[in-house]
Structures are given as C-alpha cells and as structure tokens.
Design a protein around this ligand. Sequence first.
Ligand code: IMO
Ligand code: MG
Length: 424
Amino acid sequence: MPLTVIVGVQWGDEGKGKIVDALSRRVDIVARYQGGANAGHTVVVDGNEYVLHLIPSGILHSGKQCVIGSGVVVDPEALISEIDHLSGRGFSIEGSLAVSGKAHLIMPYHKMMDNLSENSTSSVKIGTTGRGIGPAYSDKTARLGLCVNDLYHPERFRNRLEAALRPKNALIENFYGAKPLDPEPIYEQYMKYAERIKDLVADCGVTMRQALKDGKEVLAEGAQGVMLDIDHGTYPFVTSSSTTIGGVFSGLGVPPTSLTEVIGVMKAYTTRVGEGPFPTELLDDTGEKLRKEGGEFGATTGRPRRCGWLDAVVGRFSVELNGVTQIALTKMDVLDAFDEIKICTSYEVDGKPIDGMPEDPELFAKATPVYETHPGWKSNTAATASYYQLPDNAKRYIERVEELVGAKASIVSTGQGREATIER
Ligand code: IMO
Ligand code: MG
C-alpha cells in the first residue's frame, strides 16, 4: 500500500509545493492532512506562478484527485476564493477535489481572536499568519468546533455556532474591549458557503483507505515544518497542528502500515517567519543577501523571512523524528552567489558544546551554532537538471549535508520551474 509523505523539515517554506507538483505526475491522489490557509505553496508552471493555500498542489495536474483531509482546518471563504482563482486561470476542480466532512471550519471569530491575541500586550506574540489557525484547533480540541458536516444540518449548525460564540464574545468584549459578533450574519454566510462547496464534501477516510487497498499511489502533502509542530517544535512559537509524521495518519484516516516513503523537504539554507528561536539566523549582510537571492518573502503574508545557514542539527532531528527516507534539497541555486557557505553541525549553550537539540525552549533559545565552512562554487547552477553537471563544490556540499542529516538527497531543486529538478 503505497503512501508517500512530504514533510517540511525546517520552519516551513522549504519548497514543498514545488516538490509535490514534481511528484504529482506519478501518483493517483494528492492529499493535505493538517494546517489550513496558513500554508503558501508556490508552484511555477510554464513560467506562471500559482500560490496554493488550502488546495493540494496536485491540482495543477489536470484531473488529479485531490483531497483535503479531516486534519485540515478549512476556511470556506479561502477555499471558495482559491477555487474561483484557479478556475479563472484555467484549472477546473470539477470532479477532482474532495473535502472531508469531518474537517473543522475556520469561523470569522477564529480569525478575529487570532488577530486580537497577536495584537494584545497580555499574550505572547507568535507572529501568526492571522488565518485563525490556533483558535480553530483550540475549539476543535475543546469540543466547541464546527465541522464541514455541520453545514448540512442547519439547526445543529446554528446551535453549535451559538454555543461556540458565546464564550468568545465574552472574551472579545470584556477582555479585548472589542465589538462582539452577531451569530445571525455568520449563519447566513456559512449557509451560502455550504451550498457552494456541497459537491466537494465526502467521507475522505473511506476514499483514502479504499484507494490504498486498491494499490493506488497516494502523496500526502504536509504544510509548515517539523520545527513548527505543536508537540515537537519550538513551543510556543509553533503552529497548532501536527506537522510531523503522526499527523498524516490521524489527519487522513489511514493506517501507518500503508507508509512506504517519507520525503523531507529541506531548503539548502534556513528561513523562518514569525517569532521564536532560530540558532543560525544571520542579522547581517549575508542574511540580507540570502533573502534577496532567495526571494524570501512570505507567500501568505508577504512578510520578509528571517534567513540563515543550513542547520544540520535541525535536519538530523527531523530525519530521525519522521523516519525520513529521502531528502529533497531545494533552492540550491540560491547559494551560487556565495564565496563561502556554512553548515551548523552542533550547538553550544553558555559556551559549552551540547549533544543534539535542547528540549527546553529556553535552552534552545540560547543555543549558538558551531559551523563548518565550505567553499562556494561561484557558478550558475540555476535550472541544472543533471547531478553530474553540478560544480564539484556543490556536489561536495550536498554529500556533506546528507552525511550530517542521515538521509540521501534523492531530489535536488535548482529553481522554481518543473524542469529545474534533479533526480538521482
Ligand atoms: P508553509 O506550508 C512558514 C508560522 C507563522 C508563525 C507560526 C504560527 O508555506 O510552509 P499560524 O498562523 O500557523 O498560527 O502561525 O507558524 N507559519 C508558517 N511559516 N510557512 C508556513 O507554511 C507557515 N504556516 C505557519 O509564521 O510563526
Ligand atoms: Mg509559507
């Protein structure tokens, strides 16, 4: 039963969209299992750029079956606008997109609470995408959430909406001093959304398990990255879902025995958006140069991304935690411009070398990188499609990364286009 999982091994924005697009050709189903419209997966097809937030990146292969699993939090407004945007650009979702009835809905008050909390002086600023992700997952675990299936039982929907909104309004009004929300217009709006997405709703767990039983190839598309995982990331500076391997099985409703490959997508350097510790962050001209060469501005919020050298401690942690069987190393061409390239091989805390990654967030925040320095290749690798054509120093860099993180880079990406992909 062939299930391949794509997981981001850093802090998100590793280039997962491009890798999913490249592999989609060979699979029958592409499925998202967690996160929501906080993701920004960029795919370039024939020079045209598409940014997908909620719909699996496989949708750009005409007729490919795409699934939004129960572990995803669905903002119907974002979903409908993405569908309309894609159809305006010639991509139909007709018959190819399914949304799990069990997926939870992002409600207007989730987005509002996300932004109120971020702007409040009394809570820790996370630097979220403002898409309502944290509050929606909070409601899900607090058993106050509304899911896609509820949309088709109007009375149930109304009752659950009122029950969920009451405590929010108390907070909105009394704690944040903002204007409470009226459930009625929300109800009316969501009933309209219900009508629009009705044909997409399915029991996706059944679909997925049947597909695997029939020997179909499934590609699970992760959003965010390992270091943003709710359990294993740099808490509290994380997203609110399980971005690591376990999220696949709960978020799609498939058994772990179906798993055959785990592809860890890793950028040839590191970026992070939002707050939180980032040991290899460069606050100097080199960091600025990485941002410029790599076009490191958020695909969802447009924020400049924080940039730094590749962190092999993070890489090894992610490979071990997820059982990564192969690495897809992306944006190699961005390093073309550098005389020297560094890799963080371990950390020091308070001037003392430590083993691996500190579990305590305060210690992690104090970790300083120990680097090894590699000579650059100073030549153009953009759109190189064969490993043998890469400069020797680039090959040495890749092989050293493989050794440090403990997995083979079976895919190396040298640009945004489909052609700029090396498979080894
Ligand atoms: P893709 O799928 C990079 C970050 C936010 C913030 C934290 C919590 O494109 O890799 P949230 O809105 O999820 O509550 O924000 O997580 N974040 C991402 N960073 N890429 C993403 O997705 C991200 N999704 C969330 O910047 O620090
Ligand atoms: Mg992103």
